[in-house]
Design a protein around this ligand. Structure first.
Ligand code: GRF
Length: 253
């Protein structure tokens, strides 16, 4: 039997080496040809979470791209952030209930994932159904506590403080037909400190939102919803800046 030599000419490689090189090439071609996941972000306010997403997915090589920003508030600061980043924007009716317009916008922009980032209206059931498992929300507390109808913005943090809870945090979950109810994909604890007001707690929680949300969207873009929890945890782990505070919260009487 004639042994084939490994030389620079691929057609003279041994079977195993040839197979490996072809596998590497095929993988590279596959990775390069997978277009980034097109994400629409729904917003009602300042859009600091939108900004975190714009910053995280700016590079063309990123696994996701912010393809569209939709607001139910014409004057939302989030729309300015989108325009500055040259991302298309759209404004919908303030009550957010025009499902046909929303669906048409999402289809026209080839959206594969919808992210609610400080969006204060219920998404119509037809839109939730069309994006079942592909619509995420960020909530500024540890669900299933401190969520549901009317629990948004400052009210969430006031409720956490009134309860005496020592730990609050961030939840990213799949959106279903009920407020703050769908499957939880990732959470991150944030300490409640003695003397906290709704404002100081909100600011600390927001810092964690800005880290967790892009980590989850990135993990979702790479692998879908199933493995997203473990990937997001790997991606950012316990934050060095928050971890000592978390320890404090557990020990301070
Ligand atoms: C965030 O805390 C978000 O979780 C909540 O509203 C706040 C909006 O912040 N739903 P921003 O508009 O992203 O700055």
């Amino acid at each position: 039997m004639t042994a084939r030599l490994a030389t620079g000419n691929p057609w003279q490689l041994g079977d195993w080496q040839l197979f490996r090189r072809l596998a590497v090439c095929a993988t590279a071609i596959f990775l390069l040809s997978v277009p980034p996941l097109r994400v629409a972000v729904l917003v009602s306010g300042h859009g600091s979470n939108l900004q975190a997403l714009l910053d995280a997915f700016r590079e063309p090589s990123a696994p996701a791209t912010i393809a569209l920003v939709i607001s139910n508030k014409a004057g939302a600061g989030a729309l300015d952030r989108a325009r500055r980043a040259s991302v298309p924007t759209a404004t919908i009716a303030e009550d957010g209930q025009d499902a046909a317009t929303l669906l048409a916008l999402l289809a026209r922009h080839g959206v594969g994932l919808v992210v609610l980032a400080g969006y204060l209206k219920k998404v119509p059931a037809e839109v939730v159904a069309a994006f079942r498992g592909r619509m995420l929300n960020v909530h500024p507390a540890l669900l299933p506590c401190f969520g549901g109808v009317g629990m948004y913005g400052r009210r969430v943090h006031e409720a956490v403080l009134a309860s005496g809870a020592r730990i609050s945090g961030v939840t990213v979950h799949v959106v279903d037909e009920q407020y703050d109810h769908g499957r939880i994909l990732a959470q991150w604890p944030v300490p409640v400190r003695p003397g906290d007001t709704a404002e100081t707690l909100a600011a600390r929680v927001l810092e964690a939102e800005h880290r967790l949300l892009p980590a989850v969207v990135g993990a979702f873009a790479r692998c879908g919803a199933e493995p997203v929890c473990s990937l997001a945890a790997e991606a950012f782990g316990p934050a060095p800046s928050l971890q000592p505070e978390f320890a404090d919260a557990l020990t301070v009487a």
